[in-house]
Design a protein around this ligand. Structure first.
Ligand SMILES: NC(=O)C1=CN([C@@H]2O[C@H](COP(=O)(O)OP(=O)(O)OC[C@H]3O[C@@H](n4cnc5c(N)ncnc54)[C@H](O)[C@@H]3O)[C@@H](O)[C@H]2O)C=CC1
Ligand SMILES: CC(C)CC(=O)C(=O)O
Ligand SMILES: [Mg+2]
Length: 365
């Protein structure tokens, strides 16, 4: 049966990087004999312009019946008037909530070829391998908002159940890695963080083989840049995770490189690069497509169970990062399409080598 993938290109550079990721998925389908049905729908600013809604009902219904959703980015100056009643970002938040994708996985590593771009000049950069697990459907982004002439509030609310499920996801993931979890909160000040810490400690008792440490978010912001190799799985709430992962992207060399997978209890995940719509470079063919392409690799792994194919895409990206071409954010001069073409070539080489290996093995056997 054909896997159904819904794409939501969105705004700004969203359509540019999503088109690149779809081209890679189509190449995977061709090289590895899979069939993907790819179906595009509007979300964000473009959806407001065409339907008046940032998440039209047809878009949501398509996502809810898909095997996986691949998103570009939403938002931009056109829809950022502080007085605006409807915002593109509301569409993305509503989609995350409706799909129940409470665990946002944001892996971070540093390719040695990009070490010079990192603010940390340290040989330990090569040992950086962090998996951020950001709670995605609770906290300040989803609490009640109020606004009067001279004041505004954003409620930050977490339930035990919301904290427990994302903590369990983090511990389970740590078991397959270096068995270390750092829980980031602001328990010295915030009541939600005190509940967060108590709940994470209780969950930890079920994972005695995994070491748990706690870190306050302000000092974590510093430690991430000074000692990133110290961390394995980092679990934190929605707002802290949003900020810390953009910060961490600087270690990798560019915000344009980092992918993410947002997962709930079902197979249908939401996959998106961690960056936004980058209005400053939109429409110029300059966007780095690698974060979106690596998000497609996470889609192959987590929603379609195609681990070998996911690794092939990741290897192709690593090869392009090493040998170029590179976009401007990585110090190069290439555009989005040149980088995509290089990834497609590397992927084809990988598939050809694999085919030769298996036909050789058959001939020997
Ligand atoms: N998931 C989403 O859809 C997100 C949407 N946004 C929205 O995006 C809009 C712009 O937000 P910003 O704060 O400017 O963040 P941004 O992530 O869009 O851009 C920050 C900086 O990084 C650069 N950049 C980002 N992605 C890049 C890529 N793939 N290649 C090369 N350079 C890249 C941009 O050119 C810009 O200089 C806002 O409306 C915001 O709400 C922001 C973050 C996430
Ligand atoms: C709702 C999004 C714009 C928040 C964000 O920046 C993100 O999820 O990375
Ligand atoms: Mg963000």
């Amino acid at each position: 049966m054909k896997a159904r993938i819904v794409t939501l290109p969105g705004d700004g550079i969203g359509p540019e990087v999503t088109a690149a990721a779809v081209a890679v998925l189509n190449a995977v389908a061709a090289h590895y004999e899979h069939a993907f049905a790819v179906e595009e729908h509007p979300i964000g600013g473009i959806a407001i312009d065409t339907t008046g809604e940032p998440l039209p009902a047809t878009t949501l219904a398509a996502c809810q019946s898909a095997d996986a959703v691949l998103l570009g980015a939403v938002g931009g100056p056109k829809w950022s008037d502080p007085a605006a009643k409807v915002r593109p970002e509301q569409g993305l938040l509503a989609l995350r909530a409706a799909l129940g994708v409470y665990a946002n996985l944001r892996p971070l590593s540093v390719h040695p070829a990009l070490a010079a771009l990192s603010p940390l000049k340290d040989e330990k950069l090569k040992d950086v391998d962090v998996l951020f697990v950001r709670e995605l459907t609770g906290g300040a982004y989803f609490g009640t908002k109020t606004r009067s002439a001279d004041a505004a509030t954003d409620e930050c609310r977490y339930t035990v159940a919301e904290i427990e499920r994302v903590a369990r996801r983090a511990f389970a993931l740590a078991r397959g890695r270096r068995k270390h979890v750092t829980s980031v909160d602001k328990a010295n000040v915030l009541e939600t963080s005190r509940l967060w810490r108590a709940t994470v400690m209780r969950v930890a008792a079920d994972y005695p083989d995994v070491t748990l440490e706690h870190q306050l978010v302000d000092s974590m912001a510093m430690l991430l840049l000074t000692q990133p190799a110290r961390y394995d799985v980092v679990v934190t709430e929605n707002l802290f995770g949003d900020i810390l992962t953009d910060e961490a992207a600087a270690l990798a060399g560019s915000l344009g490189l980092l992918p993410s997978a947002s997962l709930g209890e079902g197979n249908c995940g939401l996959y998106e690069p961690i960056h936004g719509s980058a209005p400053d470079i939109a429409g110029q063919g300059l966007a780095n497509p690698l974060g979106a392409i690596l998000s497609a690799a996470l889609l192959l792994r987590h929603s379609l169970g195609l681990e070998g194919e996911a690794q092939a895409v990741e290897a192709a990206v690593a090869q392009v990062v090493e040998h170029g071409p590179r976009t401007r954010d990585l110090g190069g001069t290439a555009g989005t399409d040149a980088v995509l073409q290089a990834v497609l070539t590397a992927l084809e080489d990988h598939a050809t080598t694999r085919r030769a290996f298996f036909s050789g093995a058959r001939a020997c056997g």
